[in-house]
Ligand binder design. Structure first.
Ligand SMILES: NC(=O)c1ccc[n+]([C@@H]2O[C@H](COP(=O)([O-])OP(=O)(O)OC[C@H]3O[C@@H](n4cnc5c(N)ncnc54)[C@H](O)[C@@H]3O)[C@@H](O)[C@H]2O)c1
Length: 340
């Protein structure tokens, strides 16, 4: 099997999951680890039995490594991605795409211009439950999508007032998932937020957000609900469609693809699919798919998230924060224009 030689930039907390995924991916040869923190980089390189490269300058001077995974802190995403793009490397980078809309736009445009394969680490898209839900959404014409995922307190390094920190870091996946399932262009956002509920850092702690796709009676409405105080509460993902409905508790899906509501006298026949025993590593699946796309330019990047998807998700994120501040519904086209 042809293998893509990949280096990982960033051997921190999440970097460990990237390193394991790169090492496990069947179509990747793990070539090197680059981290400016020599101890972190060398320790990881030893663990995986690969080369340590101390900085990206030395990495991009190498023509035997043509693709990179980048897993650095969010404020550094733009700089590191732009370096990789300028060096002509295909790249898989962490979410959220960037720390500002202007940065995300620059990254998206640069990737398009360079014709590189760039994916974002929205690995939830590769979860079997979500993949099945996506397949169902293509049949049932979603009208309403409710995604409620709770968690415990985030690590102190993720507690800041920034729009991508606090619970926003966690729901960054949900903000990608709801448009992914809707399969439509998001048009408006309305949100309500609480900060500082369980810390005094200014971090967003509780969020309820509504995302609209389309207009008037041709609208799909998405809802996201999450907080840092809901550890142990099972997740909910419910999709009500014109031609069926589906819901999941995170491990099983219950669904029907018959008309909704059923015709007079018709019984709704529900089917179920369980994914309880599926222990695949989603980041490995994402890396394998991205590597396959780099090796074969004809393969579609979907279901992996593209830089266009990341740009949309960042716009929604910023609109959630803005709506939470002003109490107003945000029209996304107008909001994007105001951020230019
Ligand atoms: N997809 C997910 O589920 C998920 C989960 C957790 C974190 N994340 C994201 O992963 C990213 C990284 O988070 P983390 O917790 O691993 O951060 P971290 O601070 O633990 O690690 C970042 C590493 O990058 C290195 N680094 C920074 N700039 C560098 C440069 N110019 N050259 C070489 N090395 C450099 C640092 O030395 C550090 O070791 C964040 O954006 C976070 O939001 C995603």
């Amino acid at each position: 099997m042809e293998k893509l030689r990949v280096a990982l930039v960033g051997a921190g907390g999440r970097g460990n999951a990237h390193a394991n995924a790169i090492a496990a991916a069947a179509n990747i040869e793990f070539a090197a680890i680059c981290d400016m923190d020599a101890e972190a980089g060398q320790t990881a390189a030893e663990e995986f039995g690969i080369e340590y490269i101390p900085n990206t300058g030395e990495l991009y001077a190498r023509d035997d490594i043509t693709a990179v995974g980048i897993c650095v802190q969010t404020p550094a995403h733009h700089q590191l991605a732009m370096e990789a793009i300028a060096a002509g490397r295909d790249l898989l980078t962490e979410k959220p795409m960037a720390a500002s809309f202007a940065q995300a736009k620059e990254m998206k445009n640069a990737v398009e211009k360079a014709g590189l394969r760039a994916a974002l680490s929205y690995q939830l898209r590769f979860g079997p439950v979500y993949a099945k839900m996506k397949e169902l959404c293509e049949q049932i014409e979603p009208l309403q999508i409710l995604f409620a995922r709770q968690r415990s307190m985030l690590l102190p390094k993720y507690l800041s007032p920034a729009p991508f920190d606090g619970i926003m870091d966690f729901i960054s996946h949900d903000i990608d998932m709801v448009p992914f399932l809707a399969g439509r262009k998001p048009t408006a956002v309305f949100a309500s937020l609480r900060r500082d509920t369980w810390s005094d850092t200014g971090a967003i702690a509780v969020v309820g957000a509504q995302i609209e796709f389309g207009e008037g009676d041709d609208k799909t409405i998405g809802y996201i609900s999450s907080s840092m105080g809901g550890s142990g509460v099972p997740e909910r993902l419910d999709v009500i469609g014109k031609s069926g409905l589906a819901f999941t508790d995170g491990t099983s899906i219950h669904f029907t693809t018959s008309p909704n509501p059923p015709g007079p006298g018709d019984q709704r026949e529900m089917q179920s699919a369980s994914f309880a025993g599926d222990t695949r590593d989603l980041t490995t699946d994402l890396y394998e798919h991205w590597a396959a796309c780099v090796l074969d330019p004809e393969l579609p990047l979907a279901p992996a998230a593209s830089y266009q998807d990341g740009y949309n998700a960042l716009l929604i994120t910023l609109a959630i924060v803005e709506s939470g501040k002003t109490g107003e519904k945000i029209n996304l086209d107008q909001f994007a224009a105001s951020l230019e």
